[in-house]
Design a protein around this ligand. Structure first.
Ligand code: ZN
Length: 171
């Protein structure tokens, strides 16, 4: 039995559900995404996501018109992940289509792009054996941008500092 925290974007409240691994995720219609599929290999007793993300899944599943195998969705930070993993920590991203044929996976990729329900679909070149799509929150993408900006500033600071240090050593 997993404890699932769902942020309800309509009421601005956190909801808590207790569901078995073979049961559907909250707000998912027709059991197209089970708790076990959402969890993937994560061992976390608590999972979290947002209502908006589950609704995006429903739309995506409808647009694709066939079952979508999900290898991974939720991950804790220490459970690893690929380059764009941060949205998996928030429970807002899917790595899907691992067991599909190359041709079907390409169709899933196109369907995810065209469905217009995702904030981001990772380019095929970065995801050779899966399709990554996520429903990031606007504030988290702003936070990411701010973080990369700070990283740039940090690099510049290190450069300035090393230059000064180098000068000092030479003297
Ligand atoms: Zn991913």
């Amino acid at each position: 039995m997993a404890k699932i925290k769902v942020y309800n974007n309509d009421t601005n409240r956190m909801e808590t559900y207790y569901r078995g691994e073979k049961e559907a995720m909250p707000y998912v219609t027709n059991r197209t995404l089970t708790v076990g599929e959402f969890r993937g290999s994560s061992k976390s007793p608590t999972l979290w996501t947002e209502k908006r993300c589950m609704q995006a899944w429903n739309s995506q599943r409808y647009a694709f018109g066939a079952p979508i195998p999900v290898g991974y969705a939720f991950k804790r930070p220490w459970e690893g992940g690929h380059s764009n993993f941060s949205q998996h920590y928030a429970g807002l991203a899917f790595d899907a289509g691992q067991t599909l044929t190359v041709a079907r996976r390409a169709q899933l990729y196109t369907s995810a792009l065209n469905s217009n329900v995702w904030s981001y679909v990772e380019p095929k070149s970065l995801t050779p054996t899966w399709v990554h799509f996520d429903k990031r929150r606007r504030d988290s993408s702003l936070l990411n941008r701010r973080f990369s900006y700070n990283q740039e500033q940090f690099k510049r600071l290190i450069c300035t500092y090393s230059a000064r240090l180098f000068k000092y050593i030479r003297i």
